[in-house]
Design a protein around this ligand. Structure first.
Ligand code: FES
Length: 161
């Protein structure tokens, strides 16, 4: 049986090379290039760091440093939906910790991880600015306020469950 993860990585890298070629020797373009790779591939495969560095005329450590610095740049594939549980003070005081625990249980992943079916990536965030609705969970761009155990269950209930 073929190694599926390897096949995926190879496809991603070919796609990365195509994108990177457009920016040859344009050192200034590291961030826009990284964003473009992420937009088109879904993340920045770690194997692409030397390719990016060589094409832009930078050291791999410089490329890695920039990618690691920006939280919005991802080096792992992400799920179709991103779930963000608020860890701000208001949400924490109103049970955010329990909500996070329940979300982890429902998804079966820890923070920063993606479910094996690539459906959800779980993250935590600082205050998202709607403290009045605490505790909050954001799924993609939609805020789900006043969360409680029942709402967590409803949020992740799969069809047929
Ligand atoms: S603390 Fe969660 S929205 Fe402000």
């Amino acid at each position: 049986m073929a190694d599926k993860s390897k096949a995926v990585a190879e496809v991603d890298l070919a796609q990365v090379k195509q994108i990177v070629d457009e920016y040859s020797q344009q050192r200034w373009a590291l961030i826009p290039l990284a964003q473009k790779i992420q937009n088109e591939v879904g993340y920045i495969p770690p194997q692409s760091v030397p390719v990016i560095a060589k094409t832009l005329g930078l050291f791999p450590s410089q490329v890695q440093g920039v990618i690691s610095f920006y939280e919005q740049l991802y080096t792992k594939p992400r799920g179709r939906h991103v779930v963000r549980v608020c860890r701000g003070t208001a949400c924490h005081v109103r049970g955010g910790k329990t909500i996070l625990k329940l979300v982890k249980q429902h998804l079966g992943v820890e923070e920063g991880e993606t479910t094996p079916d690539m459906e959800y990536t779980l993250e935590t965030v600082a205050c998202i600015g709607v403290c009045a609705l605490a505790p909050n969970v954001v799924v993609d761009d939609r805020v789900h306020g006043r969360m409680n155990p029942k709402k967590v269950e409803q949020l992740f209930r799969k069809n047929g469950d």
